[in-house]
Design a protein around this ligand. Structure first.
Ligand code: BV8
Ligand code: ZN
Length: 254
């Protein structure tokens, strides 16, 4: 058995003992859908920018057209890439264990794969909200046909993507639900995040500090890899289906 297989069996054993798992995902789980992660260099027109340059209120105030063009580009990548075996693996896992799924991602791919009650800490790229009135709107999941900024159908003012930018506070309801899920969880599975963006990363920190067993799935080491109970050094689309298989193979499993 190689190191990854061994880690997956250990992770399955930890999960099997748990009653309720909190799963926290980041951009890495969508990487194999062809969506660049936040730390990966962007491509094409956007390679000269980092997400931190564009995902801020200041960038939007300075050049809303450019920021909307970036979101249209990402929407097209998401619509084109679709869900992968990692997203589907979490749907399968939720049929074996009670899972609370908290994501930092805005791509909506967990919901597209069939995950229920997804807690979106950073909003959703398909949501749009007016910068002047209360109007909110969800765009259909489809490749963007243009890259123009979008105007409110109600009052004609500019709309903005319904996501949380750097320097903005997270939705109180999502934070509360994630906190509740963390308190109920007796195991945390963190998938595809560099654990650098707060306050989302604080959920993993507090799990590690409170001796809740933590499993990390990430082909790279991160700042928490040395502190977690089990690091699976593999991609989400390989590790998550394998984790479900290993759970099913345990004696006494369903
Ligand atoms: C807040 C939505 C406070 C937008 C995102 C100055 C001013 C204010 C705040 C701050 C500041 N300085 C620092 C902060 C805090 C800041 C922060 O944490 N900054 C970081 C950069 C240090 N946080 C905030 O600003 C937050 N708000 O603090 O408010 C406040 C309080 C009161 C009043 C006002 C303000 C808001 C943070 C939310 C930002 N929005 N997204 C959009 O998407 O367009 S964050 C963005 O980063 C994404 O959501 C992304 O998910 C998230 C985290 O990144 P990761 O998911 O971890 O992605 P990353 O690329 O880093 O890592 C990918 C990982 O996957 C890697 O480890 C890789 O190895 C792995 N991987 C790759 N391939 C695979 C894989 N894993 C598995 N399988 C694979 N195949
Ligand atoms: Zn409006």
């Amino acid at each position: 058995m190689n190191m990854t297989e061994d880690a997956i069996v250990r992770a399955a054993d930890i999960l099997d003992r748990a009653r309720c798992a909190l799963v926290l995902t980041g951009a890495g789980i969508s990487a194999e859908s062809g969506i660049p992660t936040f730390r990966q260099a962007q491509t094409g027109l956007w390679e000269q920018f980092t997400p931190q340059d564009l995902a801020t209120p200041e960038a939007f105030a300075q050049d809303p057209e450019r920021v909307w063009a970036w979101y249209h580009w990402r929407r097209t990548l998401i619509a084109r890439g679709g869900v992968n075996a990692g997203h589907r693996g979490l749907v399968e896992l939720a049929t074996r264990k009670t899972v609370a799924l908290v994501t930092q991602n805005v791509d909506g791919l967990h919901q597209a794969a069939g995950s229920q009650h997804v807690i979106e800490l950073h909003g959703n790229i398909w949501h749009e909200r007016c910068t002047r009135c209360e109007h909110q709107h969800s765009a259909p999941v489809a490749e963007s046909t243009d890259d123009a900024l979008l105007l409110c159908p109600q009052c004609g003012a500019m709309t903005r993507p319904g996501v949380v930018w750097f320097g903005e506070t997270l939705p109180a309801a999502a934070l509360y639900d994630a906190q509740q899920a963390l308190e109920r969880a007796d195991c945390v599975l963190v998938v595809g995040t560099s654990n650098r963006v707060y306050p989302a990363a604080a959920f993993v920190d507090s799990a590690v500090q409170s001796d809740t067993p933590v499993i990390e799935i990430n082909p790279e080491a991160t700042g928490v890899s040395s502190a977690v109970d089990c690091h699976v050094g593999a991609s989400a689309s390989l590790a998550l289906p394998a984790l479900v298989q290993a759970l099913d193979a345990l004696p006494g499993s369903r």
